[in-house]
Design a protein around this ligand. Structure first.
Ligand SMILES: C[S@@+](CC[C@H](N)C(=O)[O-])C[C@H]1O[C@@H](n2cnc3c(N)ncnc32)[C@H](O)[C@@H]1O
Length: 292
């Protein structure tokens, strides 16, 4: 099997796939809800093999180098490091994104923003779309895939995040996305305006207890924290977006459930139209869209 570090045989003291998985799952069960599954994902990453190889060859012996890499990764996971930072990738929508500790790990709830955008953007639309604070390229690349007629731009203040987003755009077949670095709209050249804007900005408050949760403390603070109240970035984007939006253009932003009222009020106060929240299955607001 190519690129897959199993030994065909070895001294009986050497660990097999199934024994290593069992031991790792026992260690991880102290802190994780799915210890067996996470052990499998880590081991298949260490081996460079598909998950199915673990199930078809449970008695195979692991090379000592693989076993010690696996043990080290399990220890890091046990300490709370997110699985996606260990494996270096994360699925979002139908795509597999490379991620690193320089970027937020894409969240499943952000797929609701993609659904809200696709609901508004016609299939054959050829306008211009902006993703503000793109991170590893999540929204820009997914929407470029789903609406190939769009001209897509993306910004971030983090140069390292932008490097990764560019790598993802090339690897995922959307190399024509234009990436710009800088502070929100200041990243853009003069004279460029948009039909659509999407943004999942930082929206936690400085002392939000969520910042201490498992995994989150490993993510870049600048991708999570907006300021004292958590609303600072959202308010700034709502206020500054009209200068860059074409007539009847749309802005869609993700925010926390309990920010919906303040966000709707800010949109209204700044003269936006058709302000409406998009909601999860339980009816909680996950974001808001508005037309200019
Ligand atoms: C919550 S993350 C969203 C990442 C990605 N769009 C996603 O949905 O997975 C927010 C992103 O905004 C970027 N950001 C924070 N402050 C910014 C600013 N002032 N100007 C531009 N980007 C900023 C961060 O670097 C981070 O990549």
């Amino acid at each position: 099997m190519q690129n897959c570090y199993f030994s065909k045989s070895g001294p009986s003291s050497q660990p097999t796939v199934s024994a290593s998985l069992e031991q790792a799952a026992r260690r991880l069960s102290k802190t994780l809800a799915s210890p067996r599954r996470e052990s499998e994902l880590i081991l298949s990453h260490c081996l460079g093999c598909p998950l199915t190889s673990l199930f078809t060859e449970p008695a195979r012996i692991l090379e000592p180098a693989v076993q010690s890499r696996f043990d080290a990764f399990v220890t890091r996971r046990l300490a709370g490091e997110p699985l996606s930072y260990l494996t270096g990738h994360r699925g979002f929508w139908s795509l597999d994104f490379r991620v690193s500790p320089d970027t937020l790990i894409p969240r499943p709830e952000t797929e609701a923003l993609i659904r809200a955008a696709l609901h508004l953007i016609p299939d054959d639309h050829t306008g211009r779309l902006l993703d503000l604070g793109t991170g590893c390229g999540t929204l820009a690349i997914t929407l470029a895939h789903e609406r190939p007629g769009l001209e897509v731009w993306a910004t971030d203040q983090s140069l390292r995040a932008l490097d990764l987003a560019r790598t993802n755009a090339c690897a995922l077949g959307t190399p024509s996305i234009v990436f710009c670095s800088g502070d929100w709209f200041e990243a853009l050249p003069q004279g460029i305006d948009f039909d659509w804007m999407v943004c999942n900005p930082p929206y936690l408050a400085e002392h939000d207890p969520a910042l201490d949760q498992d995994g989150i403390r490993y993510e870049p603070r600048a991708s999570l924290v907006a300021g004292e109240t958590g609303l600072e970035a959202l308010f700034r984007i709502i206020e500054e977006a009209p200068r860059r939006l074409r007539q009847s253009g749309w802005l869609i932003v993700e925010h926390a459930h309990d920010q919906a009222e303040a966000i709707a009020h800010r949109f209204d106060a700044n003269g936006w139209r058709n302000v409406a929240a998009y909601r999860d299955i339980g009816g909680q607001a996950q974001g808001t869209r508005a037309a200019w």
